[in-house]
Design a binder for this molecule. Structure first.
Ligand code: OAD
Length: 242
């Protein structure tokens, strides 16, 4: 094990308050495409046609077809060693660990994290645009496209789209944990989407030490005391003390 990994492992063990902010990169080794890297979704698809309230108002069926396709990929995927290591860290550190994720795939829950803070929602939830009811929906593929609520209203995916606010309670939990963190780890995120990426800056300003785990450099690497270049599924298991 190299000395940087050993040093971060010691910091993780010794820090009373740790936050991990994850992005699409943690699920890449599970076979789920990222957004911006090679093969990333935003290389092929245009967000303004698929991931905005205006796109949904214009063509709900097209938007749902895309989400239905992604739900199929996610359903066939399984948590990888990176997800499992994060669940293990939570079991060991208890309330001293907060997992904040931008991912909507639910793989952190499936790996055993009890209550990840989901900043961008959950692809397995639907929300009625008429009555607001939120429902868990695991049907793959969806029989009715676009799906409808029993009230007759259109259902939308329970995710955050471009131009929308983050869920307020989740955001508040993430901000509080970030301000109190001694150690803040950015894992598998390009760190370009705000406000999520701003949590690392908030934590740094409040005194946290920053670690980045990513095969590529990110704009927030300049804040980092540790920059571990590699795959989350390979690095994270090494951060757990035996
Ligand atoms: P991105 O696709 O922007 O970035 C994925 C990051 O993961 C890149 O920096 C890759 O270098 C890195 N990566 C790839 N494979 C990895 C691996 N095996 N281990 C570790 N890192 C790896 O995804 P996000 O940063 O999550 O928002 O994107 C943020 C938000 O932008 C998403 O939540 C989504 C998107 O538009 C919404 O849909 C609202």
């Amino acid at each position: 094990m190299n000395s940087e990994v050993a040093s971060l492992r010691a910091a993780l063990r010794e820090s009373p308050a740790v936050v991990a902010l994850t992005g699409a990169g943690v699920s890449a080794e599970s076979g789920i495409p990222t957004f911006r890297g090679a093969g990333g979704l935003w290389r092929t698809f245009r967000p303004e046609q698929l991931a905005t309230p205006e796109a949904f108002a214009r063509d709900p069926r097209l938007v749902w077809e895309w989400y239905d396709w992604r739900r199929g990929i996610i359903q066939r995927a399984a948590p990888n060693p990176g997800h499992r290591a994060l669940a293990d860290i939570e079991r060991r550190k208890g309330d001293g660990f907060t997992l904040v994720t931008q991912n909507v795939d639910g793989l952190h829950d499936r790996a055993g994290n009890r209550r990840p803070v989901k900043l961008h929602g959950d692809i397995w939830q639907t929300r009625c645009i008429r009555c607001g009811t939120v429902t868990l929906n695991r049907e793959v593929p969806l029989v009715l496209l676009p799906p409808r609520c029993p009230c007759g209203g259109l259902l939308r995916p329970g995710v955050v789209w471009f131009g929308e606010s983050l869920p307020p309670l989740e955001w508040q939990r993430a901000v509080e944990a970030s301000r109190q963190a001694d150690l803040f780890m950015l894992i598998g995120t390009s760190a370009v989407v705000y406000p999520a990426a701003g949590l690392a800056e908030m934590a740094h300003e409040a005194g946290a030490r920053i670690a980045v785990i990513n095969p590529e450099r990110t704009p927030l690497c300049g804040l980092a005391e540790w920059t571990l270049e590699g795959a989350a599924g390979e690095i994270l298991p090494n951060l757990i003390s035996p």
